[in-house]
Write a new protein. Structure first.
Length: 166
């Protein structure tokens, strides 16, 4: 549960009160209601023939497990640009976004993202190498997948045939 102990407008302490159908932090002085903005992430589904692009997590959560390239959307950043940026940062590969696959709400119970935008992409350049917060990056066959660390990746891999049209 997110908390706001102080009002972002005047700095006075907040108290929990029912507002707009939910209990929310409300300023004890100026009566401002605090609304938390959702954290938005992107995840990118890239195939090469019968193989999928995965990255090994270098950090928690899910350190040492594998996942699709992913990351948070920066404020004022187009989500498609975030998907391209995250893929390039984690894998060294430049991609073109070809499709919005799905919008998922908090797929990982203990995850940090509230909304995950899943994109399909195709490689248009670059050299595969691990970067940013990836310990490794590689292509994997459907029959030889490593340990998967996120529910989002599991969901999308289970839909591989539907997404890839094969």
């Amino acid at each position: 549960m997110r908390i706001a102990n102080f009002c972002p407008i005047c700095g006075a302490p907040t108290t929990m009160r029912e507002r707009f159908g939910k209990v929310r932090p409300v300023c004890s002085q100026c009566n401002h209601t605090v609304f938390f903005e959702p954290k938005v992430a992107v995840v990118v589904f890239v195939t090469n023939g019968e193989q999928i692009l995965l990255v090994q997590r270098a950090n928690d959560p899910a350190r040492d497990t594998w996942a699709l390239p992913a990351g948070f959307v920066d404020p004022e950043e187009d989500p498609r640009e975030a998907a391209r940026r995250e893929t390039l940062e984690e894998t060294g590969l430049a991609v073109e976004i070809t499709q919005l696959i799905d919008v998922l709400h908090r797929p990982d119970a203990n995850g940090l993202a509230d909304i995950v935008l899943a994109f399909r992409a195709e490689v248009i350049g670059g050299q595969l190498h691990a970067g940013d917060d990836a310990a490794d990056a590689g292509w994997f066959a459907r029959t030889a997948l490593p340990e998967i660390g996120f529910k989002t990746t599991e969901i999308l891999l289970s839909r591989w045939s539907e997404i890839d049209g094969s």
